[in-house]
Design a protein around this ligand. Structure first.
Ligand code: ADP
Ligand code: MG
Ligand code: MG
Length: 534
């Protein structure tokens, strides 16, 4: 056992545990780092900000918190947010409890009072009652939001709660540098640089920092690829895809700060199993979460193109996320992709034969993944076998994969349908659309609504005392390329890339680490405590 590795691992473990400590991993100066600017400094922001109700009060997490605090301070609006809150809770309930909850809601005074204010006018009460007893009612949501986006939203913008929102937005826009983070051990190596564990000094939040060496990017003309990866990551807002919290630069590298995944990748976990291959319940769980991640990408017209066990990472609780979006492409307006991109073992036949392709390639990838999770090997290659490229291409395009006894009837049926050579006949690509994957009998036990709400427990939880990485000394060093000169054009590109905090993940970080609630106090009569202190 190497001393250096032990030292680095114990530093990382300590930082991870710091989350539960007295200051929860925050710097002793954390309050200064998150000190609100005076409201007079927020004027420019106030005048330039787009006043969109959904963005400001529904989508942005801190925005929603403050808007709700505003509503709670108004007797006539209190019930409305309470009802919104209760409606949100529907997502986390078992199907069998939803009817009772709906009934309970409709008979409660909260429902009556807010419905009488808002809906009865629109003659909705009876139909809402009925549909609420079946599940959350879209009509109620819409009517409530429509109402709140009118007069209440404009009053909110004149309140101290909105001033506070502007102050938070100013903090969000603070410049991000390497001093924003503490840096821990090397986690892995990629094509353009290294991935390191890091922790935000102000909040204690842990992240993975993917560095792209500027000299490498330039020498290999990787600028548009790097920017593509950053812009796609930036759009991600799913618990099943790695999210981007910050993008910044240092003297030598461009940095993408990503959701920290401590539990190792699926390749590692598949190979850990003595019999090579995971139990069916685990396969089903991971496959279902990957399926949700793929649907999130596809809804945003993004094709992933890199499905393989190494790219599926586990978090502390054993949930997975899709990672490494370096090969992903945005296919707007039904455009299709071209190009033999990905890892050969997992490439779909239409990609290999160099045709144009769409989302079909990812559904093939999911088939390969389920196959490999079940048997411990990819469908067209024996373990440790290294067929040459043309042999691999021949097998993928013209031979049928074999199914051992490890496959249940449903698992085999699902894999066969996903590994259909003709993309037009493949599950996920038929006229009935992508939902058909979720409704395959293999997933019968999975409640996708609850899975999306994050209330299903994972079948396996990684050991919190372990560091699921290669030893530091086994990860090859990444040397800068010599003789590459960085000029003004490069600097312009770096500036475009380094956009700082990404609003939704940043706001979630502040809420999750409880920095938001500790700082967001208002003094008596609406005075701002921080103003008084200053
Ligand atoms: P590349 O696109 O250059 O292959 P990756 O995104 O695959 O880079 O990252 C390289 C390695 O870094 C991965 O194999 C993994 O070990 C580690 N890694 C990447 N992202 C994370 C993350 N979010 N959490 C933990 N480790 C990560
Ligand atoms: Mg990779
Ligand atoms: Mg990559």
């Amino acid at each position: 056992m190497d001393i250096e590795n032990m030292v680095q691992n114990s530093a990382l473990l300590k930082a991870r545990e710091g989350k539960g400590g007295r200051r929860k991993g925050r710097s002793w100066k954390w309050r200064d780092m998150l000190c609100f600017p005076n409201i007079s400094q927020c004027k420019d922001l106030a005048s330039s900000m787009e006043r969109n109700y959904y963005s400001l009060c529904v989508i942005q997490p801190i925005g929603q918190e403050l808007f709700w605090l505003f509503c709670q301070s108004r007797p006539e609006l209190k019930n409305h947010v309470q009802l919104l809150h209760d409606l949100n809770s529907f997502e986390a309930l078992f199907d069998s409890d939803r009817k009772d909850y709906g009934t309970l809601l409709t008979t409660s005074s909260v429902f009556l009072q807010s419905v009488q204010c808002v809906l009865a006018v629109a003659n909705h009460e009876q139909s809402c009652r009925e549909s609420l007893e079946r599940g959350p009612c879209e009509d109620v949501f819409h009517t409530l939001h429509n109402y709140l986006s009118g007069e209440p939203f404009s009053q909110y913008q004149d309140s101290m709660y909105f001033d506070r929102f502007l102050q938070w937005k100013m903090l969000e826009k603070q410049p991000i540098t390497k001093r924003t983070f503490r840096h821990y051990r090397l986690l892995g190596k990629g094509g353009f640089g290294e991935v390191w564990a890091c922790q935000v000094r102000a909040t204690g939040m842990m992240y993975a920092c993917k560095k792209l060496e500027k000299t490498h990017v330039k020498a290999r003309r990787g600028e548009s690829m790097a920017l593509n990866e950053k812009e796609i990551l930036e759009e991600m807002n799913s618990r099943f895809v790695v999210n981007l919290a910050y993008a910044y630069q240092t003297k030598n590298s461009l940095c993408l700060v990503l959701t920290m995944m401590n539990g190792g990748d699926l390749k590692f976990h598949i190979q850990q199993m003595e019999k090579k291959g995971l139990a069916e319940d685990r396969v089903r769980f991971y496959a279902a979460e990957v399926c949700c991640g793929l649907l999130h990408l596809h809804q945003k017209s993004i094709l992933y193109r890199d499905m393989k066990p190494e790219n599926i990472l586990l978090d502390d609780n054993g949930h997975i996320r899709i990672s490494d979006l370096g090969l992903a492409v945005k296919l707007s307006d039904g455009r299709r992709a071209k190009g033999r991109v990905g890892t050969l073992y997992y490439m779909a036949p239409e990609v290999i034969s160099d045709q144009k392709y769409g989302m079909s390639a990812d559904w093939w990838g999911l088939g390969c993944l389920i196959y490999e999770m079940t048997t411990g090997r990819s469908p067209f290659r024996a373990p440790k076998e290294h067929p040459n490229n043309s042999e691999m291409e021949r097998r993928i395009t013209s031979t049928d994969e074999e199914y051992s006894m490890k496959f249940s009837h449903e698992a085999k049926n699902l894999c066969t349908k996903l590994l259909t050579k003709d993309p037009k006949q493949r599950l996920g690509c038929l006229v009935s659309g992508e939902k058909e994957v979720k409704s395959h009998p293999f997933f019968q036990q999975i409640n996708f609504r609850m899975l999306e709400a994050g209330v299903i427990e994972a079948p396996f939880k990684p050991d919190p005392r372990l560091v699921y990485c290669q030893d530091v000394q086994d990860i090859d060093e990444f040397l800068p390329v010599k003789g590459v000169v960085l000029d003004q054009t490069d600097n312009e590109f770096y500036a475009t890339f380094s956009t700082g905090s990404n609003p939704i993940p940043w706001q979630n970080e502040l809420i999750e680490t409880r920095c938001f609630e500790e700082l967001n106090v208002f003094g008596p009569n609406g005075t701002r405590t921080q103003d008084l202190e200053q």
